[in-house]
Design a protein around this ligand. Structure first.
Ligand code: PLP
Length: 239
């Protein structure tokens, strides 16, 4: 009978092994890839178990209030204040000020107005990292911009020379239930744009891949796969 801790540690190990193998197949160094642990559905106790391994550097949350309750207001999380926090959800303009103050990254930027708002509210001395979200499906409900519009937004943001925003890559969510070949084609198109739009930048991120498709995403060049359910399978029965 394994404990919840056993399950979570095994999940983390499995994810690391999969990442390493994907890197190897693609001739990449595992050092190029950072695991973004998506904690939005996870219980506090489960998140703590993974943090205690010392192997988690980056986490993703998609709701401001929930993120603040956990990472700012819960004393049990105070010692983890060095973890880099990514906002990965749809960003409403009325939340931009608080998001700029609280998060280290906004991975889901999709309009110039919000960039202006973020820049206006980044606290003195801080640099907010931002990725532009590319839409890889035709679904209306999916946020992000079609690739050509995303690239236009990148040019617009660069032209503004925001002093406290570091524009450093693209994020994309692939459609579910498509073939591996379709996934590869989608991931390659965004990787190509990434190489053209963020050439030899010291710090840059291509955030592709979630629990269901991160292996293909890393084979195709993702440097920041976002993994939730593979790490935090909801309960023992599911494993
Ligand atoms: C929830 C979420 C994830 C994680 O999804 P899993 O399939 O649970 O790994 C990744 N990226 C974004 C933008 C999300 O909202």
């Amino acid at each position: 009978m394994s404990t919840r801790e056993d399950v979570l540690l095994q999940n983390l190990k499995d994810v690391h092994v999969s990442l390493e193998q994907a890197c190897k197949r693609a001739g990449r160094s595992p050092k190029e890839v950072t695991l973004l642990a998506v904690t939005k559905y996870a219980a506090d106790e489960d998140v703590q178990i993974l943090l205690k391994t010392g192997q988690i550097t980056d986490i993703g949350e998609s709701r401001l209030q929930q993120a603040q309750a956990r990472w700012q207001q819960n004393p049990a999380f105070a010692r983890w204040n060095k973890i880099r926090k990514h906002f990965i959800g749809h960003l409403q303009k009325n939340k931009a000020a608080k998001v700029a103050q609280f998060f280290d990254f906004v991975d889901s930027l999709d309009n110039l107005e919000t960039a202006v708002l973020l820049a206006k509210h980044v606290p003195a001395g801080k640099t907010l990292r931002v990725l532009v979200q590319v839409k890889l499906t035709d679904k209306k409900t999916q946020s992000g911009l079609p690739l050509q519009e995303a690239r236009r937004l990148v040019r617009q943001i660069k032209a503004q020379h925001f002093a406290n925003l570091c524009l450093c890559g693209y994020m994309g969510i692939a459609p579910q239930g498509v073939t591996v070949q379709t996934l590869r084609t989608l991931f390659r198109s965004i990787k190509e744009a990434f190489e053209e739009d963020f050439p030899d930048k010291k710090e840059r991120y291509l955030s592709l891949g979630m629990s269901e498709d991160f292996i293909v995403a890393v084979e195709e060049g993702s440097s920041l796969p976002r993994i939730g359910s593979k790490l935090f399978a909801k309960n023992l029965e599911e494993v």
